[in-house]
Design a protein around this ligand. Structure first.
Ligand SMILES: NC(=O)c1ccc[n+]([C@@H]2O[C@H](COP(=O)([O-])OP(=O)(O)OC[C@H]3O[C@@H](n4cnc5c(N)ncnc54)[C@H](OP(=O)(O)O)[C@@H]3O)[C@@H](O)[C@H]2O)c1
Length: 327
């Protein structure tokens, strides 16, 4: 099969398209024929090893100290079950799925073999494979931080800094599903996009600094990494919470026992993917795709995402000779 291989951390050109052996599923695994994958900001951070301050060592221990332990990068996938191991009960050949391989990586390829218990579920029926592969990264982060950690409620005032990225676009839509009053912070070019997701207010960060406009919020969700508690203190209500998803070790330690700051790493659960699928099928969440690249242009996709200005997501289309690909 064709797959992207990386043998070192570094610039996008460490990613090479190669012919490698197609995986064989173990008894508890499903073999997935991948139709689409994604290049997320997380994939680019890992490739270039730009991790939050204090996380260099733990991240190297997980992903490989000298070089990447897993030779095929990428996390998010959509595709079709091509074969199942003899103990598999949750899937059958032909099921259309989407999800994430998580820290096991291996998504930037034509096939991947995964334990059936991993974060893969039936794909939403009303969207393409490219759209499905673009949902998990931002969607799972939005659910974990806004619903599970900040416990957002209807009529709360939520501000999303970095509203036009993968996490931002998913978060606006999730917060609107929970009937919160949402303010999105983005640049001039993205104002109409943010409004189209139902944001009640949009602040153009090139013209206005939200921290000194007198408004206060129940939740401030920073997806950019340029906020801190001291910076936002006048913009948070008394019981308000600041979510920092790019926090370094210091802020993560500070957040322990401090109910004003939320940090951490989003989890990957089947139940949350099922919830996202239901929201997509009911029209509450629309996938946002900026660009689609073929697998053999993955380096270009990484270069684009590295710039830090994508709108929503970048999907990767994976071709198969003689495939009967359908949505
Ligand atoms: N902790 C976790 O579990 C977790 C989970 C998911 C993601 N993350 C992290 O969250 C971050 C965001 O991820 P993402 O995929 O959403 O990023 P992304 O899609 O690359 O976000 C890019 C967006 O950020 C906007 N932006 C840049 N500078 C800005 C500023 N000063 N103010 C407001 N918006 C600004 C850009 O808009 P303009 O073009 O208008 O500037 C662009 O649309 C990444 O660092 C990722 O690693 C953490």
């Amino acid at each position: 099969m064709k797959a992207i291989i990386w043998t070192k951390y570094g610039l996008p050109n460490v990613l090479l398209l190669k012919e490698v052996e197609k995986p064989t599923p173990k008894n508890n695994e499903v073999l997935i024929k991948i139709y689409a994958t994604a290049v997320t900001s997380g994939d680019c951070r890992l490739r270039g090893f730009k991790v939050p301050v204090g996380f260099w060592l733990p991240t190297r221990l997980i992903f490989g100290f000298i070089k990447p332990r897993k030779t095929i990068p990428g996390m998010d996938i959509s595709g079709e079950i091509e074969a199942v191991g003899k103990d598999v009960k949750l899937f059958k050949k032909g099921d259309k799925i989407y999800g994430t391989t998580g820290i096991g990586l291996g998504a930037n390829a034509q096939y991947v073999s995964l334990c059936e218990k991993k974060a893969i579920v039936t794909k939403p029926i009303n969207i393409s494979y490219e759209e499905a592969a673009s949902i998990p990264f931002g969607g799972l982060a939005a659910i974990y931080f806004l619903r599970d950690k900040a416990n957002i409620q209807s009529n709360q005032k939520i501000l999303i800094n970095g509203a036009s990225g993968a996490v931002g676009t998913a978060s606006i839509q999730l917060a609107k599903y929970y009937k919160a009053a949402v303010t999105g912070v983005c640049s001039t070019i993205n104002i109409e996009l943010i409004k189209s997701f139902g944001a009640d207010k949009v602040i153009d960060y090139t013209k206005e600094n939200f921290t000194n406009n007198g408004e206060t919020y129940d939740v401030i969700f920073d997806t950019v990494g340029n906020l801190s508690l001291s910076f936002c203190k006048d913009s948070l209500k008394k019981q308000g919470k600041l979510i920092l998803i790019n926090a370094g070790l210091f802020e993560n330690l500070m957040s322990i026992g401090n109910d004003k700051i939320i940090c951490g790493v989003a989890s990957e659960k089947k139940d949350d993917l099922i919830f996202l699928k239901e929201l997509v099928e009911a029209g509450y969440i629309k996938p946002v795709i900026d660009r689609v690249y073929p697998l053999d242009k993955l380096v270009d996709a990484h270069k684009y995402v590295d710039k830090g200005h994508k709108k929503g997501n970048v999907a990767i289309s994976v071709e198969h000779c003689l495939s009967s690909k359908s949505t």
